[in-house]
Design a protein. Structure first.
Length: 211
């Protein structure tokens, strides 16, 4: 291979690595927290904590990492078989990395729980409280779910599309992107850092199952 071709190949590889982005998903813009309405006549159903989970994908110029944050407790509110509200509590002291193993996974998880990100020692929990559920396509069980997400004592309203099964075995799935800097997690958020830059956009995967 000639030097010119080798140089061109290196440029292509470098450009591809630099273009790693968060997974393609709707971006949920953080807004001022919304008022929680009274859930008159709604029935609380506890979550199945073994089946419910929150996953995340973080990206940087050289690749991506995946992980999970346990849902510690929570319930959903149903009225006439329809989702009307709910609350989930996340355990920020037990962040897990799923694409690495051993010491490398523990090191990255420890960094995410440090003061640079979640500061889990001071803020061990995050909460999400549903404030409204609006049908998008009732035939396809698609809804817009809005709720107040509190991380590190910062509360913002986020809205995302979810597929909801309103039957005996309740299940909801959602996938969306958020900007972590809206909750004060600014570490690595400077493109001048080059390979050490960490994308502020984080992909969230949410699965909620009620007993």
């Amino acid at each position: 291979m000639s030097y010119l071709k080798y140089f061109a190949l290196c440029l292509i590889v470098s450009f591809s690595a630099a273009c790693v982005q968060a997974p393609d998903a709707d971006k949920s813009n953080a807004e001022a927290p919304k008022e929680l309405k009274a859930a008159n006549g709604a029935i609380a159903q506890p979550l199945d904590l073994n089946a419910s989970k929150l996953s995340f994908v973080g990206t940087k110029p050289t690749g991506r990492h995946t992980g999970e944050i346990p849902i510690q407790s929570g319930n959903i509110l149903l009225k006439d078989g329809k989702l009307t509200g709910g609350k989930f509590v996340l355990d920020l002291t037990n962040v897990k990395i799923t694409d690495l193993q051993g010491e490398m996974a523990e090191k990255l998880a420890g960094h995410l729980m440090s003061e640079d990100f979640f500061n889990s020692e001071k803020h061990p929990k995050a909460t999400f409280v549903i404030t409204s559920v609006t049908p998008l396509n009732s035939k396809l069980n698609k809804y817009n779910v809005a709720g107040n997400l509190t991380v590190k004592d910062v509360t913002k309203s986020v809205t995302f599309a979810a597929n909801v099964t309103d039957q005996t075995n309740f299940k909801a799935n959602a996938n969306f992107n958020i900007d972590r800097t809206q909750w004060g997690m600014n570490y690595g958020n400077d493109r001048s850092l080059g390979d050490k830059f960490i994308n502020p956009i984080v992909n969230i995967g949410l699965t909620i199952v009620a007993k």
